[in-house]
Design a binder for this molecule. Structure first.
Ligand code: GH3
Ligand code: MG
Ligand code: MG
Ligand code: MG
Length: 294
């Protein structure tokens, strides 16, 4: 686990880095609050932090407050280090948002066990986050999370005046696949579809599992024409690459796709955009399946 060490004193920083490595952490250094905040801007930042109290520029407690004021859902476990004595310092540190507190000069063993305790909490939080946001079968976003990410992407599209497209994909006659091959093979077929979808997307596209065999894909910075190209690649890949279940079982499948581009002029909401794509999916089913409708 990464450990971000924020301290203006190079000797302390070096000592903390050496110890962190010895204790199995991956240390990252910052010599002031500003550069620490830069490190924390990373989309996948360190979640365990050791912060010195007195630093030129911004102090440890001030930095804590700024980190706690973030509203991006990232979790941070903060350990404050200080030479200050007494309960008042503990109260101030923890009121500013620190989770724990160790006096300087610190006892190695005490710091070690407290950082281990912190890393357990970080791991627990990561597990909870995973369970709350991912679909357990396919690991793509669950419905709740995709709705939230979809609405964030739409807000950004409106801000930047960039297009955004949404597709709803549904496996054709999936009931027959379950009936013919059994439920576990059906599950494997669902995973195959997600892997094909993922192969055809960019890093910032979003994939969610909405129902049993229904998926939603959000394509930021994409208009109808480009989205159609993506949809067609996915549709064709599903049709021509059967799901390989085992040495003697291959399942041929097709999918239908409904596609809609965000209507910026009408100030369309995420739910309205989804409804239009879902309606297009219904049309695709009625028109005979294995096709795209927008
Ligand atoms: P259509 O072409 O109209 O979409 O037909 P369909 O049979 O795919 O449609 P329907 O939505 O009626 O059937 C979906 C089936 O998916 C019914 C349900 O038993 C099955 N299913 C839902 N969730 C899962 C799952 O997690 N695993 C498996 N194996 N099957 C699932
Ligand atoms: Mg200092
Ligand atoms: Mg279906
Ligand atoms: Mg369905």
């Amino acid at each position: 686990m990464e450990l971000l060490i924020i301290d203006d004193d190079p000797i302390t920083r070096m000592a903390l880095c050496a110890l962190a490595e010895e204790w199995g952490f991956v240390p990252i250094e910052a010599d002031n609050a500003q550069s620490a905040l830069k490190v924390l801007e990373d989309p996948d930042p360190p979640h365990l932090l050791v912060i010195d109290w007195s630093m030129p520029g911004m102090s440890g407690p001030e930095l804590c407050k700024i980190i706690r004021a973030r509203d991006d859902g990232q979790f941070f476990y903060i350990m404050m280090l200080t030479g200050r004595e007494g309960n008042e310092a503990i109260v101030e540190a923890m009121e500013s948002g620190a989770d724990d507190f160790v006096h300087k000069p610190f006892d190695y063993q005490v710091l070690k066990v407290r950082l281990k305790a912190g890393s357990r909490i970080v791991r627990l939080e990561q597990t909870l986050n995973q369970l709350a946001s991912r679909d357990p079968l396919t690991q793509c976003w669950n419905r709740r999370m995709l709705d939230e990410l979809r609405d964030n992407a739409i807000a950004e599209a409106k801000r930047k005046q960039t297009p955004l497209a949404l597709m709803v994909l549904d496996i054709d006659h999936f009931k027959a696949i379950n009936d013919n091959y059994g439920h576990p093979a059906g599950d494997a077929a669902i995973k195959h579809v997600v892997s094909v979808i993922n192969h055809n997307l960019r890093e910032y596209d979003l994939v969610g599992r909405f129902g049993g065999e229904e998926f939603v894909v959000v394509l930021p910075r994409t208009d109808t024409e480009s989205a159609w190209g993506v949809a067609e690649r996915i549709r064709a890949a599903i049709q021509f690459q059967p799901a390989i279940i085992d040495a003697d079982t291959k399942i041929d499948m097709t999918i239908s796709i409904g596609l809609a581009e965000l209507n910026q002029e009408e100030g369309e909401s995420g739910a309205e955009l989804f409804d239009r794509a879902d309606q297009a999916l219904l049309d695709a089913k009625h028109q005979g399946r294995n096709r795209i409708v927008s």
